[in-house]
Design a protein around this ligand. Structure first.
Ligand code: BGC
Length: 337
């Protein structure tokens, strides 16, 4: 098992074993226990796994700081909306105080909303954004995520800056950057906006782009590797830039180039989004020209903070909580350690 698979397996193990776990071991005798049911769309997603890890760590500090007990019941829907609906039904039956939902299908939250609403249990959706009309269906619904357009613009800016510093990114010197796009899931709000706006930002700066191809790789590293192998077969060294909707897919592109034995000096410039630990490693080693920090820690903490406020009986007026991004390149990647 390589290091990445091992890490995934450990996180998966933590998720699967976490049913009913409490996040602290120095619990004081306490009258109040906050019980949170958490369902994620897929246990193999690197970004979501990092959020789950932070939720667990932060709830432990929250227990200590607030002198309370927190029970987290964390499950994966393994890509099935029906499974996720059943999970939420169980959370409701077990009278959990709050439910966090990372929707499988962002267009299909009706069952979850109705279940939670009829039981009066607030739901905080995160990362996979439902449409506003659904959010308006009950005032016990909240959303935690990132500012949507910002990372795409920042990704574009990373390319613009890198090109200004290093015009030889245009390997054939034709004054046009030939690129391929690795896209996240079709229909995911982030995939749609990132795909459009990164390109728009680069073009608005005056750089000409030519799209050689694209692959939908569903945020996934090995799917991206397969897509990149196909794209490379079609366009080979003509590819000067790989725009990936997230770091895992950028890493999949790197895996493809490495598996083809292509010398690093011949690689296209590769840029991701997320700033995951593995993504930042690739920036540090110069395999990626940069990434955009998608604040998994801030979003995880926001979920827990809102849960706490709701548990305390506070009326939380705002429904949307969006965290900002920042740009990571080789120049500042050390600051993120
Ligand atoms: C992240 C991706 C992640 C996806 C899951 C996006 O915001 O950037 O890495 O796979 O959310 O929904």
């Amino acid at each position: 098992m390589n290091k990445r698979r091992l890490k995934m397996a450990v996180i998966l193990w933590m998720i699967l074993l976490c049913t009913g776990c409490t996040s602290g071991n120095s619990l004081k005798e306490k009258d109040s226990t906050m019980k949170i049911g958490i369902t994620i769309y897929n246990q193999y997603d690197t970004f979501i796994s990092s959020m789950v890890q932070e939720i667990m760590g932060y709830s432990q500090s929250m227990e200590e700081e607030k002198g309370m007990k927190i029970v987290l019941d964390i499950v994966s829907a393994a890509g099935s909306q029906t499974e996720q609906n059943d999970q939420v039904e169980k959370f409701v039956e077990n009278e959990y105080d709050i439910i966090f939902v990372n929707l499988v299908d962002r267009t299909d939250p009706s069952f979850i909303i109705e279940e939670a609403k009829s039981a009066g249990i607030p739901v905080i959706f995160f990362n996979r954004e439902l449409v506003e009309e659904d959010m308006e269906r009950w005032d016990g619904l909240y959303y935690v995520g990132a500012v949507t357009v910002e990372p795409a613009v920042m990704q574009g800016e990373i390319v613009v800056e890198a090109y200004e510093k290093n015009p030889s990114m245009d390997k054939n010197g034709d004054g046009i950057l030939q690129y391929v796009m690795l896209e996240g899931e079709a229909g995911h709000q982030d995939a749609i906006v990132r795909t459009e706006q990164s390109v728009a930002t680069i073009e608005e700066s005056g750089i000409s782009l030519e799209k050689l191809g694209y692959g939908i790789a569903n945020w996934d590293r090995s799917q991206a590797q397969t897509k990149m192998l196909e794209l490379y077969k079609e366009s080979g060294e003509r590819i000067e830039l790989v725009l990936a909707n997230n770091d895992d897919m950028a890493l999949g592109a790197i895996d493809a180039l490495e598996s083809l034995g292509i010398h690093k000096g011949q690689w296209p410039a590769i840029v991701g989004i997320d700033g995951t630990a593995v993504g930042m490693e690739a920036v540090k080693s110069g395999k990626m020209i940069g990434t955009v920090y998608n604040d998994a820690i801030g979003q995880a903490r926001a979920l827990m903070d809102i849960a706490y406020r709701l548990f305390q009986g506070e009326k939380v007026g705002e429904k949307y909580f969006r965290l900002p991004h920042s740009t990571i390149t080789q120049e500042n990647v050390m600051e993120y350690e």
